[in-house]
Structures are given as structure tokens and as C-alpha cells.
Write a protein that binds this ligand. Structure first.
Ligand code: SAM
Ligand code: SF4
Length: 317
């Protein structure tokens, strides 16, 4: 289905939980999130029903996210059922990777075709700092497990944080020579409460081009990242620049939060409730959300905060 500005909405990002086994400083408060009452969160049945409703309106790509989706006990079942829904051509997952050693194979067998894994640093001390509670070893074991499981595509996401990992841009980029993976650098977004990082931590995606003058332009794949490649590399380097160069004109996505709110735009507080509705009710809310999708998300810069009213873990980044 098209929105009022002619954009075909084909992509749903569904958060299955707000909870996480990490506490990344740009995403979550140190104490984690208050666990909401079970009855206020979408059930597995409701998630499947919502994806069916979305598919009936033309959504063909589903990304499962969170919070950390792999901490959800029934994640393999949710992914498997969604992969069977007529019209859903791809089920992808975004994860911090820590639980991939146990779950990569079952997820692949359930029909997940692609994995995006977050990895902001290759330094064990910095990983412990940024994630507050995680270890680099576990994340790297997750990456190895994903490589072994035979996903069609693996992408690593690194949030660019000035003074934290800008010195590691070349080392992170080197991973695309060592492995058949893409590495995407994402600009730090000024979310509702971006924790420890203020405007001084924001660096534009173009900083990557300055640090890596040998990058060559690569064929674009229709996604939101501008793609480049290191000579001889197996995968691409992507720049995702939501702050310096918003991609609203090409935005084809809707988000569904774990508590059952449809968000037509990541940076708007507009929400449409699907929790508690049946298929027809959900379908009507999807239609309303598509028609309510704003042309763009308004001013977003290093110094102006997102109007989302939620942190990233509560939306599904
Ligand atoms: N837990 C999973 C993970 O970390 O990949 C999935 C959810 S996480 C919210 C999704 C993505 O959002 C991650 O790649 C994370 O780095 C990114 N993210 C979180 N807060 C962000 C922020 N303030 N600016 C830019 N990206 C952010
Ligand atoms: Fe958890 Fe992902 Fe947020 Fe890190 S970015 S705290 S892993 S939800």
C-alpha cells in the first residue's frame, strides 16, 4: 500500500521485546528498563496476526528487533511462523549477537535469511565500557556462529561515536576483507535520552570517507546505506546517515513496538495501537498508520532531540 506521498510501504520492523542482555550507553539507561506487565505486551499470536495484516497490505520484508530479540524465549517460533506467512519474502533479525552461538542455527532453520549484528568496537575494554555488561569475546563468538550457520547475508552495524570509536574506523572496516560481510557505520541519533553522549559525540558519516580515502563507490542495493568498498574486500562498507542526510523520501517502513504500537515514523510520537485487536482491527490500524506517515521527521540534528518519546530499545532500532 502507498502512503499519501507515493511511498510503497513494504518493510515492517517488529520489536519483540524491550528487554536486553546489554546496556549500551547510547540506547538504554544503566538500570535497564522497567519490565512491563505481561498483559500489556504483544503475545506471539498477536505478533503473527499483525504480520499477517501487514502482509495483506503489501509488506514483504520483516525485520525482528528489540531490545534484544534473542532474549525472547519463543524467538525461534515467532521467526518460523512469520517466515511462513504468504507475502513475507524475507525475515531478518537485528541482534547484539551474544546468544547467536545457541540460536544461529535454529533461527536459520526457522527461515531467517539475514542477520544484522551490532558491533561498535574491537577493543575488549571499550566493548565492556559501551555495553556496560557485555564482553567482546561473546560478541565475536556470535559473529562466528552466524558465519557458520549459512545466512544469506550478514551485516555488522557500528554506531559512530566521536572520541570513542572514530579511531577504530580502519580496523572495523578491515573486517570486510577478512569476512564475507558488510560493515555499516551509523550516525549516532539524539534519542529521547541518549545517555552519556551529547552533541559532542556526534560525527557525520563522511568522517569514514576521510579516514578511508581508498574506499571506492559500490553498486547501491536500494537500502538506506550509501555503499562503498575497500579494494579487494569481500563485503561493502555502508554509511547510514539519519542525521546529516535523512532518507525520509525513500522511507518504506513501519515500526511495531513490543507493546503493540505502530509507529509510522521513528522520530515522531504518533502511535497507532494494535494490542488487543483482532485481524480486521489490526489491518485497519496498519492502513491508518500508513496514511498517517509524515512526509519527513522534522528537524533532527546533533543538538535537537528526536521527538519519538521513547528510547531506541523501546522502539526497535
Ligand atoms: N539489540 C539489538 C542490537 O543491538 O542490534 C537490536 C536492537 S538495537 C536498538 C538496534 C540498533 O539500534 C543497533 O544497531 C544499535 O546500535 C542502534 N542504536 C541504538 N541506539 C542508537 C542511537 N542513539 N543512535 C544510533 N543507533 C542506535
Ligand atoms: Fe541492547 Fe541493542 Fe540497545 Fe545495545 S543497542 S542496549 S544491545 S537493544
Amino acid at each position: 500500500m502507498k502512503d499519501l506521498y507515493g511511498r510503497s510501504i513494504t518493510y515492517l520492523r517488529m520489536s519483540v521485546t524491550e528487554l536486553c542482555n546489554l546496556r549500551c550507553r547510547y540506547c538504554m539507561p544503566e538500570e535497564g528498563v522497567e519490565k512491563k506487565e505481561h498483559e500489556n505486551m504483544l503475545t506471539e499470536e498477536e505478533m503473527v496476526c499483525a504480520v499477517q495484516a501487514a502482509a495483506s497490505l503489501g509488506v514483504s520484508k520483516l525485520r525482528i528487533t528489540g531490545g534484544e530479540p534473542l532474549v525472547k524465549k519463543n524467538i525461534v517460533s515467532i521467526c518460523g511462523r512469520c517466515a511462513q506467512i504468504p507475502g513475507i519474502r524475507e525475515v531478518c533479525i537485528t541482534t547484539n549477537g551474544l546468544l547467536l552461538p545457541q540460536l544461529a542455527k535454529p533461527l536459520r532453520e526457522a527461515g531467517v535469511s539475514r542477520v544484522n549484528m551490532s558491533l561498535d568496537t574491537l577493543d575488549a575494554g571499550k566493548f565492556a565500557y559501551i555495553s556496560r555488561v557485555g564482553t567482546l569475546d561473546r560478541a565475536l563468538a556470535g559473529l562466528e556462529a552466524a558465519l557458520d550457520a549459512g545466512f544469506e547475508k550478514i551485516k555488522l552495524n557500528a554506531v559512530l561515536i566521536g572520541g570513542f570509536n572514530d579511531d577504530e574506523i580502519p580496523a572495523l572496516a578491515e573486517l570486510t576483507r577478512r569476512y564475507p560481510i558488510d560493515l555499516r557505520f551509523i550516525e549516532l541519533m539524539p534519542m529521547y535520552d541518549s545517555g552519556d553522549f551529547g552533541p559532542e559525540a556526534y560525527i557525520p558519516g563522511t568522517a569514514v570517507l576521510e579516514k578511508l580515502p581508498e574506499l571506492e563507490k559500490a553498486e547501491q542495493d536500494g537500502g538506506v546505506a550509501r555503499l562503498y568498498r575497500l579494494p579487494g574486500a569481500q563485503g561493502n562498507i555502508g554509511l547510514i546517515s539519519p542525521v546529516s542526510a535523512h532518507f525520509c523520501a525513500e522511507c518504506n517502513r513501519l515500526r511495531l513496538t513490543a507493546d503493540g504500537k505502530l509507529k509510522p515514523c521513528l522520530h515522531s510520537s504518533d502511535e497507532y495501537t494494535v494490542k488487543g485487536l483482532d485481524y480486521e482491527g489490526m489491518r485497519a490500524q496498519f492502513e491508518a498508520a500508513i496514511l498517517g506517515k509524515p512526509r519527513w521527521h522534522g528537524e533532527l540534528s546533533a543538538t535537537s532531540r528526536s521527538q519519538a518519546g521513547r528510547n531506541m530499545n523501546q522502539i526497535g532500532g
